[in-house]
Design a protein around this ligand. Structure first.
Ligand code: NAD
Length: 425
């Protein structure tokens, strides 16, 4: 019985609590007025006025008590129900952290970690590829703020650290509006560096393995300068990130701004876009929808993917380290595209593999050299591929259900097009 009552109370949200208390209040006032009216009718005495005063005082007292209780109880319930657990940090240890692009895939997981660690987090996002849904579980929390803002415009806030992630990341998204991608990575980064300089904050740039372009060196270490086509279809992103890195070091040398640069390799996990267009999400979506998993060529090309929680741990370690030079964050475990397809097919339990003709510009190998991160940060990926894939499959099947209820079923998109031919990302 007691358990049922507790479950019933904890099921009530703030509004329902307030409504119930308001109803109780109205019922109480109505009954006390009825009581006075009956006294007048029955006794017709002068002492009745005194009685009425007493009843009215009591009513006021009860009203205040009920309001106070409803406020305390609804706050208590909303805090205990609504938010994931958050550590308490003393004023000295608690940081004011800005995450640009914090409503996106990586940014929202980083938000979760920093919030749960007890920091004050401000997410700035223009919702180009990010979604409020990714951070909605923090909305209303006293340590959290969400600002709809485009980083191409200046921002004036007081912060201690800036994780600068704002930029579309998957090829269909950054190729959608190349000029905007360039502006976000150039003007947006200048604005954030300007903010860091003004308020004395440390800035971490989410750079990318794409600064290595179509690499001639395997695996890629941080000393490699890259092999990028400056006028190709991907240049808006690759060159945008390269110049963003240049800006960071110009601000560091000229203005003394503390910078950290993470060169992020392919990452996967929940909250990825349905039409992200990369091989993991494409294969999962195809398998879940009972379609053939499309492999271009023989499938012997290799790729390496890290799970998002590993990346987030690496970003936080790097931000709080004293390494100002670029650091690769990725999973060095290579798998062939065919291995990915077979594994996903068996984990989902349906689908078949379809081989299509080889794409012209499909890189044969992609793999990070993470010796620097291992040695200087003590970081390396720890989530096994299968575990990460299972979590991501669960996420995508929930998303498909959600989309089906809204009458929209996305089709996996070919990520990169060159002369109309898709390739694996
Ligand atoms: N996911 C990966 O595999 C990967 C690999 C290498 C680098 N990165 C880098 O990590 C960062 C995050 O990537 P992600 O995968 O989470 O991508 P994402 O698209 O999910 O997140 C990017 C976020 O930035 C926001 N944004 C874009 N332009 C903006 C602007 N002008 N102003 C404000 N907000 C803006 C988007 O709305 C989105 O919320 C990006 O900088 C990306 O280049 C990601």
């Amino acid at each position: 019985m007691m358990k049922r009552v507790v479950r019933l109370i904890s099921g009530l949200n703030r509004r329902m609590m307030k409504l119930l208390f308001a109803l109780a209040l109205i019922a109480y006032i109505a009954s006390s007025h009825l009581f006075c009216y009956r006294l007048i009718q029955e006794q017709g005495d002068v002492k009745i006025e005194q009685k009425i005063d007493e009843v009215m005082n009591l009513s006021l007292f009860v009203i205040f008590s009920l309001l106070l209780c409803s406020h305390l109880l609804s706050n208590l319930l909303s805090f205990s129900q609504k938010y994931p657990p958050v550590k308490f940090l003393s004023e000295k240890d608690r940081k004011r952290i800005l995450i640009t692009g914090g409503a996106g895939f990586v940014g929202s997981h980083l938000t979760d970690k920093l919030m749960m660690d007890g920091h004050e987090v401000t997410v700035v996002d223009n919702f180009f590829t990010g979604r409020k849904r990714n951070v909605e579980h923090w909305i209303g929390h006293e340590n959290f703020e969400l600002i709809n803002h485009d980083v191409v415009e200046p921002l004036y806030i007081e912060v201690d650290q800036i994780y600068h992630l704002a930029s579309p990341a998957s090829p269909p998204n950054y190729m959608y509006n190349p000029i905007k991608t360039l502006k976000t990575n150039t003007i947006g980064t200048l604005n954030m560096l300007g903010l860091a300089k003004r308020v004395g904050a440390r800035l971490l740039l989410a750079s990318t393995s794409e600064v290595y372009g179509d690499p001639e060196v395997h695996p890629q270490n941080e000393e490699y300068w890259g092999h990028v086509n400056p006028i190709g279809p991907r240049a808006c992103y690759d060159e945008g990130k390269r110049v963003a890195e240049t800006m960071c070091y110009a601000y560091m040398k000229q203005e003394g701004v503390e910078v950290r640069v993470a060169r992020i390799f392919n990452t996967f996990g929940s909250r990825m876009h349905m039409n992200d267009g990369r091989v993991v999400s494409n294969f999962i979506l195809q398998a879940l929808q009972g379609e053939p998993l499309t492999v271009y060529g023989t499938g012997s090309q290799t790729r390496a993917f890290q799970y998002v929680s590993d990346l987030v741990n690496g970003l936080v370690l790097l931000m709080n380290s004293n390494i100002s030079s670029p650091v690769n964050l990725g999973n060095p475990e290579e798998h062939t595209i065919l291995e990915f397809a077979r594994l996903i097919k068996s984990l989902v339990g349906k689908g078949c593999i379809q081989f299509l003709s080889e794409a012209q510009d499909d890189p044969q190998r992609r793999r990070p050299d993470i010796r620097k991160a291992r040695m200087m940060l003590g970081w390396e990926p720890v989530v096994p591929l299968e575990e990460g894939l299972n979590k991501t499959i669960q996420y995508f099947s929930r998303e498909l259900e959600h989309q089906a209820n809204n009458q929209y079923i996305p089709k996996p998109k070919a990520a990169r097009m060159k002369k109309g031919r898709p390739r694996h990302n």
